[in-house]
Design a protein. Structure first.
Length: 263
């Protein structure tokens, strides 16, 4: 058993939504550094181009930008169409794009639910659905299926202390969506798994860390915040031969924080 082949993703075609910043950028870099051809998509076109420019300096793999605003269904369709013109197959889809919204219970707005659930839950289905033909084309054998990895959150597994009602609900929903898709798409040679991520340094978490970092660290048995290697490594594992028999799983990547939650 050759470890270098067991975890190999060299030459695979990968799409990372929200891949220019935060956790998505960590994942994009992990694939590029290990020889994959990575497409990065988000509504921030400048950020996509900047990320690709930086990642292409790392060598081994390559990064390419396809900007799209996932709130707009038409942009989702254009993304699938453009990717289909560039590639005959898609080996790995990383559904990472997401947003959050925090507000006191009595003031929590209706618009927050529409915005957060559209991006965090509905568009995971939309994008996966649109790209299924390319994923099917990449499924070579039962030992090498195409992969879909959904970036969820431990806030979808536990009751969060912050008032992020739509966010935690969307993540709980997307975890179950992952299981439903795994059952449906497994028959087509596509695995679907979810990473329930804990705290990672990103623009989305910056304000929270500024106020509560010491408390957050006190809740994590390993006593540290997640690193790029942690989340990228989990994605590389699920996308390689080593992870080819895992389907429908929700894997916490959180240093053990969810098991310390007091519900």
């Amino acid at each position: 058993m050759d470890v270098s082949k067991l975890f190999d993703v060299k030459g695979k075609v990968v799409l990372v939504t929200g891949g220019a910043k935060g956790v998505g950028r960590m994942i994009s870099q992990g694939f590029v550094e290990n020889g994959a051809k990575v497409y990065i998509s988000s509504r921030d076109a400048k950020a996509c181009e900047k990320a690709c420019e930086e990642l292409n300096k790392l060598g081994k793999g390559s990064a390419h930008a396809i900007p799209a605003d996932f709130y707009k269904l038409e942009d989702c369709k254009k993304l699938a169409e453009e990717l289909g013109k560039k590639e005959k197959k898609l080996d790995v889809l990383i559904n990472n794009s997401g947003s959050t919204w925090g507000a006191p219970y009595a003031e929590y707005p209706e618009s927050a639910w529409t915005r957060v659930l559209t991006l965090n839950l509905q568009r995971v289905f939309t994008i996966t659905q649109l790209l299924t033909p390319l994923l099917e084309a990449a499924s070579e054998t039962p030992l090498n299926p195409a992969r879909v990895v959904i970036i969820g959150s431990i806030d979808g597994l536990r009751v969060p202390s912050l008032e992020t009602f739509a966010y935690s609900s969307s993540k709980a929903g997307v975890h179950h969506l992952g299981r439903v898709l795994a059952s449906h798409l497994g028959k087509r040679g596509i695995t679907v798994n979810t990473l329930a991520c804990g705290p990672f340094e990103s623009k989305m978490t910056a304000a929270t860390f500024a106020k509560f970092k010491d408390f957050i660290l006190s809740e994590i048995p390993l006593g540290r915040i997640g690193t790029p290697e942690d989340v990228a490594g989990a994605c590389l594992f699920l996308s390689s031969r080593a992870g080819s028999y895992i389907n429908g799983a929700t894997i916490p990547v959180d240093g053990g924080r969810v098991i310390r939650s007091n519900l």
